[in-house]
Design a binder for this molecule. Structure first.
Ligand SMILES: [Cu+2]
Length: 335
């Protein structure tokens, strides 16, 4: 009895810990693939749960066999019988079981993968958006309206959206876990992924392919709107006209910032994020700072400390008053 308790205690602890794992991890939140908010993401979540259930079943069977093997008394048998039993376990456990497991998962997984493909639709055609990955920010273009934005993706609810993704430098990967699967963004190649949001709200995307030291600061703010709200946002952006910043600070912006950044009607730079609606974004630096009052000025002064290695040069040589005026003006830019 004493021996049995000694054997059970660590085993009991291990089993309890293993069973507790699913309850200890976060299955919700703006970036959880297990909290789907659209049909493609639901397919991914279903496949995940099916694979998790199957893997748990395999684990339980293997552990049960292991415990049985540890506890039983070895039967006496001749060498020929022992060889026969070993062969049976090798063929059954080493060949048949893995083959059947893989076949079962393929039978379940292939139709799911097929349903997630951006195939032609019979009814309403998907909306098309282009996304370009940069080190370390997202360029988002709406080709039908000419609208460009950065580090945020606005979508209509209840309508499939095809995203044509590529990269301007290294390999990135596009992933909005609550809305769909992920897809690589490869320089010189266009890949397409279909997403759909079933409900209005804010979701979070994240580059999911290591792309350099600031890979973690490559967050995409995804806003799903009702059809009318989305149409209003798109129209406001399309018709947006920004008045140039007057005075010396405006000249500094045109000579320095505007060479890389575009602001609708003011500058035509195309090497850095479009700033036409930067005041309306929820965050700066693709997730480095929350876009609160004063955050833009802080970003202009400290961007290389906050996000080392980003492509924006230091502004130490500029008059702090001009930087402050530029930051105040940028905060007003919204559709
Ligand atoms: Cu990355």
């Amino acid at each position: 009895m004493k021996r049995a308790r000694h054997w059970l205690t660590p085993c009991f602890k291990l089993t309890t810990l293993t069973l507790a794992v699913p309850f200890l991890v976060a299955c919700e939140g703006p970036q959880s693939a297990l909290d789907p908010a659209g049909p493609m993401a639901r397919e991914v979540a279903m496949l995940w749960w099916a694979m998790c259930a199957f893997a748990t079943l395999v684990l339980i069977v293997v552990m049960a066999l292991w415990v049985h093997a540890m506890r039983r008394n070895s039967p006496q048998m001749d060498a020929a019988r022992a060889r026969q039993l070993t062969l049976r376990w090798l063929v059954g456990g080493g060949l048949l079981l893995p083959t059947l497991s893989v076949l079962l998962l393929l039978l379940f997984g292939i139709p799911i993968g097929h349903r997630m493909l951006p195939l032609p639709l019979a009814g309403e055609q998907p909306m098309r958006i282009e996304v370009v990955g940069h080190q370390w920010w997202w360029e988002v273009r709406y080709p039908d309206s000419g609208v460009v934005t950065a580090n945020q993706l606005h979508l209509p609810v209840g309508r499939p959206v095809d995203l044509d993704v590529t990269s301007a430098d290294v390999i990135h990967s596009f992933w909005v876990p609550r809305l769909g699967g992920k897809i690589d963004m490869i320089p010189g190649r266009d890949n397409r992924i279909r997403l759909q949001a079933d409900q209005a709200g804010t979701f979070r995307g994240q580059c999911s392919e290591f792309c350099g030291t600031q890979h973690t600061h490559m967050i995409l703010d995804v806003q799903a709107h009702d059809e009318e709200d989305f149409a209003n946002w798109l129209q406001a952006r399309r018709e947006q006209q920004v008045s140039a910043l007057p005075g010396p600070a405006g000249e500094v912006f045109a000579a320095r910032c505007g060479q890389c950044h575009r602001v609708a009607g003011v500058s035509e730079g195309n090497r850095a994020p479009d700033l036409s609606d930067v005041g309306a974004r929820s965050m700066l630096g693709a997730g480095v700072l929350s876009n609160e009052p004063g955050a833009l000025l802080r970003w202009l002064h400290e961007h290389q400390r906050l996000k080392p290695g980003n492509a924006m040069p230091l502004h130490d040589d500029l008059d702090p008053d001009h930087l402050s005026t530029i930051a105040d003006w940028l905060e007003t830019l919204r559709p």
